[in-house]
Design a protein around this ligand. Structure first.
Ligand code: ADP
Length: 394
């Protein structure tokens, strides 16, 4: 296969079979597919609820509807060759009644959309994951313990680290109408993530393993590659490959891990789409995660996931106030950092915790430890510019 098309049996290049890709969800993840779509000659049609959603600006066409509106998805499918996901909060049951070429397939998504089912899937695959219970099957909590809403959790919303009986009862009271998952608290040393893609033919590529850093359960920064022993990177990569193979996945997946002090790797979460921990790939890798998703769902050969630089650090620009502000002065200061690229999602409204953009800085260093050190220094510089008074948000 080539960049332009698919090599047929006679060695000639056929026209791209997939010319229009439907994308369920129109947030920043769909917005960041724009350059890759242009490069590959693919038109994006987006299903998203609001005129203000970032990807509306780059979509060839938009169907304005919630992501779980299966009737709207049927319209999306009628206008496109294949349908993929930037947001997995779909109504699987309603979608299952339709004959649509979803990539990944609905069967792939099925074990993933509910966090309890996802943990069961990991256990069936014999992959390491925290101990877990349905709330109904759990009694006598040992603190700390983790409570999660089984569906629709993102950016830590729906994840609660509970430290005592009073908080346990208060949280249960607020969440009493939601199905809940209880999970062993892992006193991890670090969090890692792997971005991996699988094609229709079963080819798999895994990007360099990264370290992610969450504050209050929300990702603040990512360092690529993670400064971890080769054996840990190999474990993570092997787990990622097993997950994608078992799911017969097509497309790009983000997989989050806990690394414990004794170097055990546990799977935290699987996202069946592009992922925040892979944003560094836009500027730092030969093929970005966004291009890789389009390549995988369009029957193109997967691209090279290798880093183009020694490494990179990616820092999220999270809202820290409720305001209408494009923060142009701060963005200019961030853009002045050598080898930095600022990505601004064009959201008109800032709210605490909302992802408004991110900055990636390319790094070169003689050793992994030195690269890690440079990256940490840069996170401090960037967060000092962005949050101005960092402790307000630390
Ligand atoms: P979301 O789906 O909202 O991203 P996650 O389940 O990934 O939620 O949890 C968000 C963060 O909360 C994780 O990155 C981690 O920092 C923390 N966390 C989640 N589960 C556990 C756990 N079992 N033990 C310790 N920390 C956890």
């Amino acid at each position: 296969m080539t960049d332009e098309g698919v090599l047929n049996k006679r060695g000639r290049v056929d026209q791209l079979a997939v010319k229009r890709v439907g994308v369920i969800g129109g947030g920043q993840l769909a917005w960041m597919m724009a350059d890759a779509a242009k490069k590959l000659g693919i038109e994006l049609v987006v299903q998203t609820p609001s005129q203000d959603d970032p990807a509306v600006a780059i979509a060839h066409e938009t169907i304005f509807a919630p992501v779980d509106d299966a009737t709207a998805t049927a319209q999306l499918a009628a206008q496109t060759d294949v349908v993929t996901f930037e947001n997995e909060f779909v109504n699987l049951e309603a979608l299952g009644h339709q004959d649509i070429d979803f990539r990944p397939r609905l069967e792939t998504l099925k074990p993933l959309l509910d966090k309890y089912n996802q943990r069961c899937f990991l256990r069936e695959c014999n992959l390491p994951t925290p101990q877990f219970w349905r709330l109904e099957d759990y009694s006598s909590p040992q603190f700390p313990i983790v409570l999660k809403t089984r569906r629709h959790g993102y950016d830590g919303q729906g994840t609660f680290i509970v430290r005592n009986q009073t908080d346990w009862e208060a949280i249960l009271q607020t969440l009493k109408s939601c199905p809940l998952l209880v999970e062993e608290f892992i006193p991890f040393e670090r969090e890692l993530a792997a971005i991996a893609a699988r094609s229709q033919t079963g080819e798999i590529v895994v990007y360099p393993i990264v370290e992610t850093h969450q504050k209050h359960q929300v990702c603040h920064w990512v360092i690529a590659p993670a400064d971890i022993p080769q054996s840990v990177a190999a474990d993570v990569e092997a787990i990622a490959r097993t997950i994608l193979s078992r799911l017969e996945a097509v497309g790009i997946f983000g997989i989050e891990f806990f690394l414990t002090a004794d170097q055990q790797v546990l799977v935290n979460e699987i996202a069946p789409r592009t992922h925040n921990s892979g944003h560094f790939t836009l500027d730092a890798c030969v093929t970005s995660q966004f291009e890789q998703q389009l390549r995988a769902v369009s029957d193109l050969a997967l691209g090279n996931p290798a880093l183009k630089s020694g490494g990179a650090v990616m820092v999220n620009l999270l809202g820290y106030e409720t305001a209408q502000n494009d923060y142009s002065e701060k963005r200019q200061r961030l853009a002045a950092i050598p080898k930095s690229v600022v990505h601004w999602y064009g959201k008109s409204q800032s709210r605490p915790g909302r992802k408004l953009g991110h900055v990636t800085v390319l790094l070169e260093a003689p050793s992994a430890a030195e690269l890690h050190h440079q990256a940490l220094t840069l996170t401090e510089t960037i967060e000092a510019i962005w949050y101005e008074v960092p402790e307000q948000f630390s």
